[in-house]
Design a protein around this ligand. Structure first.
Ligand code: 13P
Length: 256
């Protein structure tokens, strides 16, 4: 794999500050510095846990980044309940998940919102992790590639190639999230390859080859090897298995 893999844990709405500190410490204790050359590691806790988790990693001097799970595109203002790019930057947050299917499904996040968030994050030099993925209905219909590639095009609309390079795309089939039903390596590879073709059509092969495409959806220590062995899968966006230090560490080790 020419691209450096990325393992990102999405903690979703789990862990109080106290629990987050314990989990971050457990990850940090098992993390080995030399891994940083071979794999980027990020955890994405809830907003209130970002600073505590960041503080643990800074104190331990480990190269584990922190990312948010959402952001608003406006700089500031009357947006009750929202968090800005500037606020994330001040915490030292280097990454941000946007367009997760749970946000699209439960909170009405649209492709246009994802595009605005991506632009705001790029402006603020926070790396977007842009999630795309189809429902079971779309898969059964046989239109997965069209659907997912349209999400990619919409997310990157109006974003220049030189800036798109800082983004990561995470392919997360909705039917595989939290269900224990993983996409087969062939299914995941097919869609991740199509995502790269789309990026190549938008930005040229050189940019597309440099960008990371992750797989997410019930990734665990038992299936990680065969998934990341696929040529267009450059790491994982992990939910459940990122909530235990032992399994998250095993997933990182699979990338070394
Ligand atoms: P699971 O790993 O729990 O299926 O969640 C995947 C996911 O949604 C990561 O963003």
């Amino acid at each position: 794999m020419a691209r450096k893999p990325l393992m990102a844990g999405n903690w979703k709405m789990n862990n109080t500050i106290g629990e987050a500190v314990v989990l971050a410490q457990n990850i940090s204790n098992q993390y080995e510095d030399r891994w940083a050359n071979e794999c980027d590691v990020v955890v994405c806790p809830p907003f209130v846990d970002l600073k505590p988790a960041k503080t643990v990693f800074e104190f331990d001097r480990v190269e584990i980044g922190v990312g948010a799970q959402n952001v608003h595109w406006a700089e500031s203002g009357a947006y009750t309940g929202e968090i800005s790019v500037g606020m994330l930057k001040e915490i030292g947050c280097g990454w941000c998940i946007i367009g997760h299917s749970e946000r699209r499904g439960y909170f009405g996040e649209t492709n246009e919102d994802v595009n605005k968030k991506a632009k705001a994050l790029i402006d603020g030099q926070i790396k977007p992790i842009i999630c795309v993925g189809e429902s079971l209905a779309v898969r059964d219909e046989g239109t997965t590639l069209d659907f997912v590639c349209a999400q990619v095009r919409a997310a990157f609309a109006g974003i220049d190639g030189s800036l798109a390079q800082s983004c990561v795309v995470a392919y997360e089939p909705i039917w595989a999230i939290g269900t224990g039903r993983t996409a087969t390596p062939e299914q995941a590879q097919e869609v991740c390859a199509a995502i790269r073709v789309t990026l190549s059509e938008m930005y040229g092969a050189e940019v597309a080859e440099a960008m990371r495409v992750l797989y997410g959806g019930s990734m665990n220590p038992g299936n990680v090897e065969e998934l990341i062995a696929q040529p267009d899968i450059d790491g994982g966006l992990i939910g459940g298995a990122a909530l235990k230090a032992e399994s998250f560490i095993q997933l990182i080790k699979a990338c070394l």
